[in-house]
Design a protein around this ligand. Structure first.
Ligand SMILES: [Zn+2]
Length: 488
């Protein structure tokens, strides 16, 4: 293996094999993930995709690689019909709500980012928009024309699929209708029904249009990703990610465009599987979607992430309210372990204890299992299993007692690194027994109760104790004074 080799193995959708991941530039990773078409609410299908790739990026960074994560915003050219017919999705929705298409794009792009922020998805390093990269797209189309991969008809430019024999290799399909080799009738301006638009002539009244060597028009949907990935990651880059539903035709077309222009393009293709509802794909067009905003009204973000990560990114995950509820206990077990070890750290003795070595070895074993799972094509269900093992190690260590503060702090730090920094399902604040604003007021109430008792106002002190308990605080009077915690 070369110097650039990592311990990571990734399933490449193009070769359909798991392969050791070797970055093009040692120590660096360029990753492009297809972003949203911003014309409607984001739903849990998007959560599956973007939380999965969030963890991919987090893990790459955690292992010490420097990552540039590029994820586009589609704000032009994504037509209602994949066969290059019908209206632009943005323009249609904007027309119906009587706003400019880019007002609509701005509204839904902001909503997308606020949903992703709420889900703890780390923002991409670059979020290029299709409308901001018209020149790059035109340059790529000129290159494809010069190389004989494209032809112009009446102010539109189409990709000639016959000129690129590899078309269909990624998805095993080359038409909307079926598998490679299937032929359908030629429609309209295309020479071959498989051909797709690189540039479309703008008809009268079309709002989003730009001048071009072929007249006034707008880019096809697929060309933006070829143009913008090249602009920010170079002609060859490490990983291209996206949803399985975009494998055909979108990614197939991206490959034809970029490789047709002589670029190496993506070394590794990663596809996340879909969210289903009772076995059917969750999608805007099927009307069976739960928006991320709706999901987060009822569930904590940590729980939604735990639900996504409980299934491997290449497997389908079925959505149900009961399915999410069933994970609440699991999330609480992680938080309880964090609370317990945090309290133990505060109370522990400082000198090293004889029991430390055994405890630290168990922590290391759980972390090694976690690392092995993540390095095996980002196997988050197995990694979560290792995280729960680590929670048990912490609980057992705390219950046994006698550990030094340093050992407990190490266990706590490793737990937060794996559960928080990598998977993003655990953080010190959401599990905190004390600290923060609420805790200061609880402290004040308990201090008030102590003063009432000292002043022999026992009725009032008892009343306050009940009121404190009714607000979810467990209060114990110990020899060294009152101790309290929030009821889990
Ligand atoms: Zn794309």
């Amino acid at each position: 293996m070369s110097d650039a080799a990592t311990d990571l193995v990734i399933h490449d959708s193009f070769s359909r094999t798991k392969r050791p991941f070797v970055p093009i530039t040692p120590g660096h990773v360029g990753i492009y993930v297809c972003g949203p078409t911003v014309y409607s609410d984001t739903h849990l299908g998007h959560a599956k995709s973007y939380v999965s790739f969030d963890v991919v990026v987090r893990w790459l960074r955690f292992t010490g690689l420097r990552v540039r994560h590029v994820e586009n915003i589609t704000d032009v050219g994504h037509l209602v019909d994949n066969s290059d017919d019908g209206e632009d999705k943005l323009i249609r929705t904007a027309r119906l709500s009587e706003v400019h298409p880019l007002e609509l794009a701005e509204k839904y792009a902001r909503l997308f980012f606020s949903d992703m922020d709420a889900l703890g998805v780390v923002r991409p390093d670059i979020s290029p928009r299709a409308t901001g990269h018209i020149l790059e797209q035109q340059a790529l189309i000129r290159e494809l024309l010069a190389r004989g991969h494209a032809y112009e008809v009446n102010g539109s430019v189409y990709y000639s699929v016959a000129s690129f024999p590899e078309y269909g290799r990624l998805s095993g399909r080359d038409t909307e209708e079926g598998e490679v080799g299937h032929r359908v009738a030629v429609r309209g301006e295309k020479r071959d029904p498989r051909d797709f638009a690189l540039w479309k002539r703008a008809e009268g009244g079309h709002i989003l249009r730009w001048e071009s060597p072929w007249g006034s028009g707008f880019p096809g949907w697929h060309i933006e990703c070829s143009a913008m990935s090249c602009r920010y990651l170079g002609e060859s880059f490490d990983i291209h990610g996206g949803g399985l539903d975009n494998q055909f035709p979108h990614h197939e077309c991206e490959i034809a465009q970029s490789r047709g222009a002589g670029h190496g393009f993506a070394n590794t293709w990663m596809h996340n599987n879909l969210v289903t509802v009772e076995g059917r794909k969750m999608s805007k067009s099927l009307g069976n979607f739960t928006s991320i905003t709706q999901a987060l009204e009822k569930n904590e973000a940590d729980l939604v992430r735990l639900w996504v990560l409980s299934t491997h990114y290449r497997s389908q995950v079925d959505y149900s309210v009961q399915g999410l509820d069933a994970l609440k206990g699991a999330l609480e077990r992680l938080r309880a372990a964090l609370r317990s070890v945090s309290e133990a750290v505060t109370a522990a003795a400082t000198p090293a204890a004889t029991t430390d070595a055994a405890f630290l070895a168990e922590v290391a074993t759980a972390e090694a299992a976690f690392t092995a799972a993540m390095n095996d094509d980002f196997n988050t269900p197995l990694a979560l299993g290792a995280l729960f093992d680590l929670a048990r190690v912490l609980n057992t260590g705390v219950a046994r007692g006698g550990l030094s503060r340093a050992a407990l702090e190490t266990g706590r730090a490793r737990f937060l690194a794996l559960g928080g920094e990598v998977l993003g399902v655990l953080d010190a604040a959401s599990a905190a027994p004390a600290g923060g604003d609420a805790a200061r007021y609880v402290d004040l109430l308990i201090e008030t109760r102590q003063r009432l008792k000292a002043a022999k106002a026992f009725d009032l002190a008892d009343w306050l104790r009940k009121e404190i308990a009714a607000r979810g605080v467990v209060l114990e009077d110990t020899a060294s004074g009152p101790r309290w915690r929030f009821n889990a």
